[in-house]
Design a protein around this ligand. Sequence first.
Ligand SMILES: NC(=O)C1=CN([C@@H]2O[C@H](COP(=O)(O)OP(=O)(O)OC[C@H]3O[C@@H](n4cnc5c(N)ncnc54)[C@H](OP(=O)(O)O)[C@@H]3O)[C@@H](O)[C@H]2O)C=CC1
Ligand SMILES: O=C(O)[C@@H]1CCC=N1
Length: 272
Amino acid sequence: MDFGEIADRGLVVLGCGKMGGALLSRWLDAGLPAGSVWVLEPTPADWLTAVDGLHLNDGLPDAPAVALIAVKPQMLRETLPRLSSIGTGKTLVLSVVAGMPLSVYDELLGPDAAVVRTVPNTPAAIGHGITSMFANDRTDAAQADLAERLLGAVGEVVRLPSEDQLRLATSIAGCGPAYVFHLIETMAAAATAQGLAPDVALKLARATVAGAGDLAERTGEDPAQLRRNVTSPNGVTQAALEVLMDEQTGFPALLDRAVAAALRRDDELGGA
Ligand SMILES: NC(=O)C1=CN([C@@H]2O[C@H](COP(=O)(O)OP(=O)(O)OC[C@H]3O[C@@H](n4cnc5c(N)ncnc54)[C@H](OP(=O)(O)O)[C@@H]3O)[C@@H](O)[C@H]2O)C=CC1
Ligand SMILES: O=C(O)[C@@H]1CCC=N1
C-alpha cells in the first residue's frame, strides 16, 4: 500500500503487544518505512527490537499522520494524555482498545481529536483478519479512507453505522478467534479421551476447523447448508448434532450466554 503521508509525518504506536504488534508487523512487511515509526512499549518483543531504524521508546514526532492506540483498556487513561500532540485533528487516532467509548478520547485528547475506533482480531497477523471500524465526527473522509486502507492491509474491513455496534463486533469477531481455538482444543480433547493419540487428535481437529472455515469463506454458501451437506439422514453427524444443537444445552444456548458475558464485560471496561 502507499504509505506516503505516514512515511513523511510518522506513525506512533502506543502499546505494541499482541494486537499492536500484529498490525505493525504487517504494515512494515507491506512497505511502511521503519524510520517513520515511533513505538512506545515497556516490554518490546524480540522482533520489534530487531527492526532496523525504528524509533523505540525514543521521543515522538510533532504531528504524526497516525497514532495507533493498542494498550489495554485499563491503561488508556494513564497513557493517552502523554500523547498530547495527537488531539489536534491533524493526526488520525486509530484505536483498537476494546470497550472505551469515543467520549473518553474527547475527555483525554480534547474536542478536536479525529478518532477511529476499531475492533480487529488476531488473524490480522497473517493478513486474514476482519476489522470493524467507526469514526468520530471530526474524522474527515481522507482520514477515514486512510484508516480503512491501513486495516485493509491486514484483512477485511467493515464500516459500522453506529458506535454501539462495535461492542457486538467485539463479542463475535474480536473475541471470536479465542472461541474457535477453544473449539479446536475441545475437539482434540474429546478425541483423545476416546482413545486417539493426542498429536493425531490435535492434527485432525486443527485441520478440520481450518478446512471448514476456508470452505465456508471460499464458497460463501449458507453455513446451514454446508452443515446439511455433512449430515447424512440418520447417520453419525446427525447423532452428534442432536447433542450440539439441543436448545437447552447445546451450542446456541452456550454461545448466547458467552456473547452476553462478553457484552457485559465490554460495558464494564468502558467505565474503567
Ligand atoms: N488480543 C486481541 O485479540 C484483541 C485485542 N484488542 C485490544 O487491543 C488492545 C491490546 O491488547 P493485546 O495486544 O491483546 O494486549 P497486550 O498486553 O499484548 O498489549 C498491550 C501492550 O501495551 C503495553 N503497555 C503497558 N503499559 C504501557 C505504557 N505505559 N505505554 C505503552 N505501552 C504500554 C504492554 O506492555 P506490558 O506487557 O509490559 O504491560 C503490552 O505490551 C486492548 O485494548 C484490547 O482490548 C482488540 C481486539 C482483539
Ligand atoms: O479480550 C479482550 O478484552 C480483547 C478484546 C477482544 C479480544 N481481546
